[in-house]
Design a protein around this ligand. Structure first.
Ligand code: HEC
Ligand code: HEC
Length: 245
């Protein structure tokens, strides 16, 4: 695995390569996929113990887009991965690899992961990274409405603090990049994210774009228990010293 990726590539060349791979990748995404489709690789990876040291090597290619901190980019093109539940990371990467979640930008890189063990390893490394304590948010003008919408429509699955559920693979969304949250909500509503949970699709069906702005701003500001946990673990994390902020 270690030599699979050319570490010298810069984001720009990654993006150009990914762009040219779009056409090729389309055919992989032709089949319908549903929430709950079990990808065998994900089930296998969940059973394995990940090796974060090997995961660090694998993560170097991911860092070109998700950044060395795994905080994503402020414009929301790339999501924050730090703090996300291992069950969610494994499910999402396996779904992207299997073509259940369309991600033509990342697909050419995702398919280079060599199998369940490497998947478990890279996720074990990501799990060591602390979350962004000060993530990008909206302008704060619709927070009251955002809170109301969140409490009625989202708490059941994503919980009061936005921590989601490791057991049910409900993503942690508190502190996720604001613009990424908005895009995902729109894609889930409009059926563009095919592995989405159907109950969540129903929940956001009636939302306007302004509702999404309101709820995303509220969610981006939530502080989950993982914010603190990862910072505590950081003190004893031998590999984190390699990450530059
Ligand atoms: C060329 C850029 C690029 C590279 C390289 C890349 N990703 Fe991604 N990744 C993306 C984009 C873009 C998205 C968000 C797609 C969307 O909006 O649905 C994403 C989404 C994800 C998600 C889903 C996050 C969520 O909250 O649902 C995970 C997990 C992930 N990437 C992990 C990885 C890992 C691990 C690697 C390295 C093996 C990697 N990515 C390499 C661009 C990239
Ligand atoms: C019935 C449970 C449920 C409800 C209710 C729900 N969600 Fe979700 N949500 C999920 C699941 C499950 C996923 C991951 C789907 C997948 O695997 O692609 C998800 C994904 C997301 C994502 C993408 C996360 C990422 O990292 O890519 C965002 C953002 C999100 N939900 C926000 C919300 C908001 C805001 C609400 C309320 C308006 C809401 N959800 C209501 C279950 C739910």
């Amino acid at each position: 695995m270690k030599n699979m990726f050319s570490k010298g590539l810069v984001v720009l060349s990654l993006m150009i390569f990914a762009g040219s791979a779009n056409v090729m990748a389309q055919s992989v995404f032709a089949e319908g996929a549903k929430w709950g489709s079990k990808v065998k690789e994900a089930l296998d990876a969940l059973e394995l113990k990940g090796d974060p040291e090997n995961g660090y090597d694998i993560y170097q290619v991911c860092a070109a887009c998700h950044l060395p901190t795994a905080w994503g980019d402020p414009a929301g093109t790339f999501p924050m991965l730090a703090g996300q539940h291992t069950s969610v990371l494994i499910k999402q990467i396996a779904d992207i690899r299997a073509g259940n979640r369309d991600n033509p930008t990342m697909y050419p890189f995702a398919i280079q992961i060599e199998g369940a063990q490497d998947l478990a390893d890279v996720v074990a490394y990501i799990a060591t990274l602390p979350m962004n304590p000060d993530p990008p948010t909206g302008d704060g003008k619709l927070l009251k409405r955002g809170e109301e919408l969140y409490k009625v429509n989202c708490v059941k699955c994503h919980k009061e603090t936005g921590e989601g559920s490791i057991k049910d693979s409900f993503p942690l969304i508190g502190g996720q990049v604001y613009d990424y949250i908005i895009r995902q909500l729109k894609w889930i509503r409009d059926g563009k994210r095919r592995n989405a949970n159907p109950d969540m699709v129903k929940q956001v069906n009636e939302f306007s774009d302004e509702d999404f702005i309101a709820v995303a701003d509220y969610v981006a500001r939530l502080k989950t228990p993982n914010h603190k946990r990862n910072l505590d673990e950081l003190k004893t994390n031998p590999i984190y010293k390699n990450v530059k902020h």
